[in-house]
Design a protein around this ligand. Structure first.
Ligand code: APR
Length: 246
């Protein structure tokens, strides 16, 4: 059992504002495959980086929609794991708390976190490919992809594809939270995909304490004040338990 440094417990208790940035590693213990994981079955022969682009959708909207339907089904079966649940508990125990996620699976809200910023959208929602209007539950239809109920254009998943900009308001809110926090956690992310990967540096530049939780080293590790090596599902429940014992 990795022990949580007492210094870190003190920092969490005295922090006025806590920000957590999560990546796909946090959902690994819920069985949600990352983009980089091997694809299975029917989808084995496709490269995800070539399906998750606006160009792929323009070329073959049916193929891209069906691939997302398959991923949506996988995500639909996934349940929050002990790491997600511990983060929800951490929010309840904290004053100002913001959870910024690159994940599109919605598992942080399902676990009970309330102040969540989704930087890369949410796979459970769709939007109009022309006007961007969000459609929560597309009606049953024979069209694949289904059509926008307002203008008839194709619907697409409401996620950020490679080469697309992040939702402006979500990213602005994330930068603002990072610049104004005392403690910043980077959890289960390779810290390679920008602009999300810039957020811990914004926090460091504003004087925050930086904590990384990841079984592997990342480009951020050398800058972290505390590095907890292990999985989110192991370390986060221990952290919450250590806080509750105080
Ligand atoms: N607990 C914590 N971290 C883990 C675990 C775990 N159980 N399992 C793996 N990790 C770590 C890996 O060591 C790695 O550093 O999670 C990280 C996953 O990295 P990526 O696959 O690059 O995921 P992420 O950082 O979320 O990628 C960012 O890129 O694919 C696009 O848009 C997609 O949102 C995604 C973005």
């Amino acid at each position: 059992m990795a022990s949580i440094p007492p210094d870190l417990i003190e920092k969490i208790q005295s922090a006025g504002s806590v920000v957590v940035l999560t990546g796909s590693g946090v959902s690994a213990e819920s069985g949600v495959p990352t983009f980089r994981d091997a694809q299975t079955g029917l989808w084995e022969r496709y490269d995800p980086q070539e399906l998750a682009t606006p160009e792929a959708f323009e070329r073959n909207p049916r193929l891209v929609w069906e691939w997302y339907s398959w991923r949506r089904e996988l995500v639909g079966k996934a349940k929050p794991n002990p790491g997600h649940l511990a983060l929800a508990e951490l929010e309840r125990m904290s004053g100002l708390f913001t959870l910024i996620t690159q994940n599109v699976d919605g598992l942080h809200r399902a676990a009970g976190n309330e102040n969540v910023i989704e930087l890369h959208g949410n796979i459970r929602r769709s939007k109009c490919s022309e006007e961007g209007i969000v459609v929560e539950e597309p009606e049953e239809s024979e069209d694949i992809p289904p059509r926008c109920p307002h203008c008839g254009a194709s619907l697409r998943p409401d996620v950020v594809w490679f080469g697309e900009a992040l939702p402006y308001e979500a990213f602005e809110a994330a930068v603002d939270a990072a610049r104004n926090c005392d403690l910043f956690f980077s959890i289960g992310t390779s810290s390679l995909v920008y602009p999300a990967a810039s957020l811990p540096y914004e926090a460091l530049d504003s004087g925050a304490v930086l904590v990384e939780i990841n079984p592997d080293e990342t480009p951020l590790s050398a800058r972290a004040d505390f590095v907890l090596r292990g999985t989110a599902g192991e370390i986060l429940p221990e952290l919450v338990e250590a806080l509750q014992e105080q």
